[in-house]
Design a protein around this ligand. Structure first.
Ligand code: NAD
Length: 358
């Protein structure tokens, strides 16, 4: 029996989590769920979006499965997702983007894995608010040390990139490639402009690549060029490794190549703990409407089953998802030519169709 922390999240989180949980249970793998609340609902109940019992539960069980959690824009609490990744040192964000026949997409041959650094870069949360005394002091410090005059009315976010974190993430990308029959790792950055942050990432990536010479091919791309390459010839790419922010943006681009955000699963992995979740957010406008696609959440369940050592069940569940998509009868609105297509089914109905195929 496995015990897994289950965080339904908010927005569309509870609906997709419920549909996906039933599918995972239908594989017959014995799992005891330790259900805990984080996000807006926890804020109301406990006065914090991330109660300590959530962290305790994940530390005890080592594995969590999580629905999306809303982060208020520009105000309110900071991202629970970012905090979880930092607190548990989940330094690898692993996101596979695979085309399933039946999905409407311009491409039918995408099979890319994004390996995103999860702990530093502009996501480190080191920010100076416009108008604050410490911001003025920081602006003065920069002027004194570099001669660069930052406008007085600026808000500032800092981008730290370290040798240690870059080494760990690039090594993780190569190890993933090696263990999953992948051929190539592409390191993505903007080292020509940000010489001391992205430049360092590039230097470390080249260095790590030497250890895999002859086994895994290595190349680099500037992030702007990478965007164009991906929308023109995604079939040329295999495993991508990126610093945090580029990883976030390229993830959504890759989701767009395989049918949209509803199709994309992900995992946040460290040396001790792992959290599985869809790539997409809480899509608040669809909350409670039984409308959105549960596939990203279900495929993150496939990743979780593999992580738990339940490879056969994981394959059965993925095959069931693929079969329902291929048949095209019980699919949510985002598979259709228009959002109001009358043949679309709800989250629950698509989940049930997958469940029946298992
Ligand atoms: P989002 O991913 O929630 O939604 C953007 C759009 O994508 C939606 O309006 C919808 O059209 C589509 N979409 C998303 N999921 C879908 C699904 N399962 N099926 C069909 N269509 C789907 O992005 P957003 O609107 O930028 O963010 C909403 C909230 O989610 C924000 O508070 C954000 O911070 C949070 N967020 C959380 C996570 C996480 O929990 N890991 C990740 C990303 C965003």
């Amino acid at each position: 029996m496995h015990t897994v922390t289950l965080i339904p999240g908010d927005g569309i989180g509870p609906e997709i989590t419920e549909a996906a949980r039933l599918c995972v249970e239908a594989t017959g793998v014995p799992i005891k769920w330790d259900i805990v609340e984080a996000g807006a609902s926890a804020m109301e109940k406990y006065g914090t979006p991330l109660p300590s019992l959530v962290i305790e539960s994940i530390k005890k069980n080592k594995v969590a499965w999580k629905g999306p959690i809303t982060t208020p824009v520009g105000k309110g609490f900071r991202s629970v997702n970012v905090k979880l990744r930092k607190l548990l040192n989940l330094y690898i964000c692993l996101r596979p983007y695979k085309y399933y026949p039946g999905v409407k997409s311009k491409f039918n041959n995408v099979n890319i894995v994004v390996v995103r650094e999860n702990t530093e870069d502009l996501y480190a949360g080191i920010e100076f608010e416009e108008g604050k005394l410490e911001t003025k002091e920081f602006i003065d410090f920069v002027k004194e040390k570099s001669g660069v005059k930052i406008a007085e009315d600026s808000g500032i976010s800092i981008k730290p990139i370290s040798i240690s974190a870059s080494r760990k993430i690039v090594k993780a990308a190569f190890e993933y490639a090696l263990n999953n029959n992948r051929k190539k790792v592409t390191a993505v950055h903007k080292a020509n402009i940000m010489k001391f942050s992205d430049g360092l990432f590039s230097k470390v990536a080249k260095d790590v690549a030497l250890d895999y010479r002859g086994k895994i091919e290595f190349e680099e791309r500037l992030v702007d060029n990478m965007c164009m390459q991906l929308v023109q010839k995604p079939q040329n790419y295999d495993v991508l490794v990126l610093p945090n922010l580029y990883g976030d943006i390229i993830s959504d681009l890759c989701a767009g190549l395989v049918g949209g955000l509803g199709m994309a699963p992900g995992a946040n992995i460290g040396d001790k703990y792992a959290i599985f979740e869809p790539t997409h957010g809480s899509a608040p406008k669809y909350r409670g409407m039984n409308k959105v696609n549960p596939t990203g959440m279900i495929l993150s369940g496939v990743m979780m089953l593999k992580w738990l050592g339940e490879k056969e069940a994981a394959t059965r569940l993925e095959n069931a998802v693929a079969a329902v998509i291929r048949e095209g009868k019980k699919l949510t609105y985002d598979f259709k030519p228009t959002p109001d297509d009358p043949t679309a089914v709800g989250t629950r109905e698509m989940g049930e169709a997958i469940l029946e195929k298992i």
